[in-house]
Write a protein that binds this ligand. Structure first.
Ligand SMILES: NC(=O)C1=CN([C@@H]2O[C@H](COP(=O)(O)OP(=O)(O)OC[C@H]3O[C@@H](n4cnc5c(N)ncnc54)[C@H](OP(=O)(O)O)[C@@H]3O)[C@@H](O)[C@H]2O)C=CC1
Ligand SMILES: CC[C@](O)(C(C)=O)C(=O)O
Ligand SMILES: [Mg+2]
Ligand SMILES: [Mg+2]
Length: 343
């Protein structure tokens, strides 16, 4: 059985007295910075002037430029978009990464795919929450937490593992469970999960279901309730009680349909394509293409995002959600809905 770390297993004193720079104030950044501060740690947010900077100040945090924060800090957590990290690291973080500091990530992409090569005399580790940043914050506030992985890539001080665990505890993850991995395992499984299941697989499944109903002449609003809105209610049951728990609450008719029709939708051929996706990730093909897409200023990303944002399910859903005030849109310093643009 994998060793899981919980609050009682972790001594956070090793992080006390250290200055922690959270670089970036987006989805993960705002959650880490606020959770760390409320857990009693000394945080500075490193951001460029603009919306994120203003938001960090409004949220009562110390804010500074990336350079200033990197210089001030003992522990530098990089929570910028993966594709921007290399440039910002080279220009604004590396010069201030003196011996004995810690360079930290929430995803191993840039280390694993050799985009960032840190100096040998610093600690390098990751603390990767297994959930969206807005939920890292929301669960922390409610007394719960999002599980996290940690991995040590370089241990220059002999303390990297203890500091990583203390960090995971400080953001609330050790309330849920923290487990050790490697940069390779975290990077490959995270990319696979988000592409094949959590984001790519799920949105493709929902769109295909919605389109099937609408093309067959059913009302789009009904199709939205059936294939998107109710999904959360079903997934909540799986979150709480696994598939068995969910199946306890659905009708036997639904359960029988689940058993016989589910495998017609996701079959052996789907699993073969999942394996192809995993191979592309493992061999670095996905990373190479994503880096190239950014170097080309994201022509395909912009085009696909425009199509996705204007899909009928999004237009119908937006109107229906306006009528359900209890369904809150994510409020964040990140991700206002943009049809194009790089963030
Ligand atoms: N999103 C998530 O829930 C998860 C993310 N991760 C990992 O966490 C890391 C951060 O991801 P995420 O939170 O999604 O990132 P975001 O896209 O939310 O980061 C946006 C932040 O980065 C800032 N930023 C962007 N470019 C620059 C720049 N050139 N200089 C300074 N600041 C800049 C933005 O500032 P401005 O407002 O000025 O543009 C904003 O504050 C990634 O490694 C990701 O893989 C891991 C687990 C889950
Ligand atoms: C599922 C997407 C994710 O990996 C995450 C929220 O964990 C991400 O990179 O945002
Ligand atoms: Mg993830
Ligand atoms: Mg990810």
């Amino acid at each position: 059985m994998t060793k899981m770390y919980y609050n009682g297993d972790i001594n956070e004193a090793v992080l006390q007295g250290k200055k922690i720079a959270v670089i970036g104030y987006g989805s993960q950044g705002h959650a880490h910075a606020q959770n760390l501060k409320e857990s009693g740690f000394d945080v500075v947010v490193g951001v460029r002037a603009g919306k994120s900077f203003d938001q960090a100040v409004e949220d009562g945090l110390q804010a500074a430029s990336v350079k200033e924060a990197a210089e001030l800090a003992d522990v530098v957590m990089i929570l910028l978009p993966d594709e921007r990290q290399k440039a910002v690291y080279e220009a604004e973080i590396k010069p201030y990464l003196t011996a004995g500091k810690a360079l930290v990530f929430a995803h191993g992409f840039n280390i694993h795919f050799d985009q960032i090569v840190p100096p040998a005399d610093v600690d390098v580790f990751l603390v990767a929450p297994k959930g969206p940043g807005h939920l890292v914050r929301r669960t922390y506030e409610s007394g719960a937490g999002v599980p996290a992985l940690f991995a040590v890539y370089q241990d220059a001080t002999g303390q990297a593992k203890d500091v990583a665990l203390a960090y995971a505890k400080a953001i609330g993850s050790a309330r849920a469970g923290v487990l050790e991995t490697t940069f390779k395992e975290e990077t490959e499984t995270d990319l696979f999960g988000e592409q094949a299941v959590l984001c790519g697989g799920l949105t493709a499944l929902v769109k295909a279901g919605f389109e099937t109903l609408v093309e067959a002449g059913y009302q789009p609003e009904l199709a939205y309730f059936e294939t998107m809105h109710e999904l959360k209610l079903i997934v909540d049951l799986m979150y709480e009680g696994g598939m068995t728990g969910m199946r306890y609450s659905i009708s036997d008719t639904a359960e029988w349909g689940d058993f016989v029709s589910g495998p017609r939708v996701v079959d052996a051929a789907t699993k073969e394509r999942m394996k192809d996706i995993l191979t592309d990730i493992q061999q670095g093909k996905f990373a190479k293409e994503w880096i190239q897409e950014n170097e080309n200023d994201r022509p395909n990303y912009r085009r696909i995002k425009e199509d996705e944002t204007t899909h009928q399910i999004e237009e119908v859903g937006a109107k229906l959600r306006e009528m359900m005030p209890f369904v809150q849109a994510t409020k964040s310093p990140k991700k206002e809905v943009v049809a194009s643009g790089t963030n």
